[in-house]
Design a binder for this molecule. Structure first.
Ligand SMILES: O=P(O)(O)OC[C@@H](O)[C@H]1O[C@@H](OP(=O)(O)O)[C@@H](O)[C@@H](O)[C@@H]1O
Ligand SMILES: [Mg+2]
Ligand SMILES: [Zn+2]
Length: 176
């Protein structure tokens, strides 16, 4: 199965140290939207695994989060593509859940949903927690330089991590 798993903030849309709290603050990276559309039109299933501790912190509610994901699906749909399963962790760092990255619960949830193994599946993120989650389930860690990617790149990366400028470059590689 051609499955690609994406982190959201910093990969699909701009990130902010102040969290993405409203639909207006959810600013898509145009080339990432196009990349998702291109990949899905080429037969790839594009799923999303995103930490959303802003829910636990009370910065925004589930309806607001879902409005961002509806907007994502709308934008990709306008370019003829589609977004697969979007999984989010609404918990805070101290909640001890199994889904918050760097734990791999969301990746396992996506694999179960599609009935596929995770080994070698590319997981594209901008933070070290994304890369650690990938390693925990034998996914291929992929770092993009958008969002917090440059900060992440300034620290040692897990061996074997692939690095690309942005999601568009990841799509170019997968579609080449
Ligand atoms: O990159 P993904 O997983 O899609 O989402 C990250 C967001 O949930 C937020 O995660 C927070 O980390 P803490 O949850 O406070 O550790 C901060 O890094 C925020 O800047 C960021 O917007
Ligand atoms: Mg991110
Ligand atoms: Zn969680």
């Amino acid at each position: 199965m051609k499955l690609l798993i994406l982190d959201r903030d910093g990969v699909i849309n701009e990130d902010s140290d102040a969290y993405i709290k409203t639909l207006d603050e959810w600013i898509p990276i145009p080339s990432s939207i196009t990349a998702i559309a291109r990949l899905s039109q080429a037969g790839w299933t594009v799923a999303v695994a995103t930490n959303q501790s802003g829910i636990a912190r009370g910065y925004y509610d589930l309806a607001t989060l879902e409005s961002m994901h509806a907007r994502l699906r709308e934008l990709v749909g306008e370019q003829g593509g589609e977004v697969g399963l979007i999984v989010y962790c609404p918990h805070g760092p101290d909640d001890g859940c199994e889904c918050r990255k760097p734990k791999a619960g969301m990746l396992r949830q996506i694999a179960a949903h599609y009935g596929t193994d995770l080994a070698g599946i590319w997981f594209v993120g901008d933070s070290s927690g994304d890369l650690q989650a990938a390693l925990a389930v034998d996914c291929q860690p992929v770092l993009v330089k958008t969002g917090k990617g440059e900060r992440t790149l300034a620290k040692p990366l897990p061996p074997g991590t692939l690095v690309f400028d942005d999601l568009a470059a990841v799509a170019d590689q997968l579609l080449s």
